[in-house]
Design a protein around this ligand. Structure first.
Ligand SMILES: [Ca+2]
Ligand SMILES: [Ca+2]
Length: 183
């Protein structure tokens, strides 16, 4: 019995290895680039709704008045709209390119702040979190502080989710090791 079970397990594992099921781990998230659509909305009403499943966003705000013509895009508004109401969320804000602080806010669809706003200089990263409102929508507002403000905004998995994902990774790693073990 024991031998048969072991053989069945090895057969299942070999099939999984052959099928590539245990191949590369999930790829890291691909950022949604503002440049792919031109510009994110300039106010709450014209905010850009991100495609479902988006968890990383990269964009830029400008206030370059010395160039001709002036390059002005003071504000970007975009929304994560497929979140689960009542669940905790956490967002990582990063200023990737700037000559001065950029300002970040996170609100519901009516503009009510869900966490304290924050100013970040180039290279600075900060996290803000709260509870997803009943609408399931969390709106991010980015405002340029100097001439230019490049940014990256990422949804961060909650600890419970991260734990589950981490557990899954451990299982996959364990199976991958067994796949690679010489027979
Ligand atoms: Ca922009
Ligand atoms: Ca804009």
């Amino acid at each position: 019995m024991r031998t048969r079970r072991a053989w069945t397990r090895r057969k299942t594992m070999a099939a999984a290895c052959a099928a590539g099921v245990l191949g590369p781990l999930a790829a890291s998230a691909t950022p949604f680039l503002e440049s792919s659509i031109g510009d994110f909305g300039d106010d709450l009403a014209t905010r850009t709704e991100l495609p479902a499943g988006t968890d990383v966003v990269e964009g830029t705000v400008f206030n370059e008045t010395v160039v001709d013509p002036p390059n002005i895009d003071l504000l970007d508004f975009f929304a994560f709209s497929d979140l689960v109401p009542g669940e905790a969320f956490s967002i990582l804000f990063e200023t990737t390119n700037s000559d001065y602080q950029s300002n970040y806010q996170v609100s519901d669809q009516l503009g009510n702040l869900l966490a304290p706003e924050i100013d970040l200089e180039m290279g600075e990263i900060a996290q803000r979190g709260g509870t997803v409102p009943a609408s399931g929508t969390v709106v991010v507002r980015v405002e340029v502080g100097g001439d230019i403000g490049g940014y990256r905004v990422s949804l961060v998995p909650e600890p419970a989710t991260a734990l589950l994902v981490g557990g899954g990774v451990m299982v996959v790693l364990s199976w991958q090791r067994r796949c690679n073990r010489p027979r």
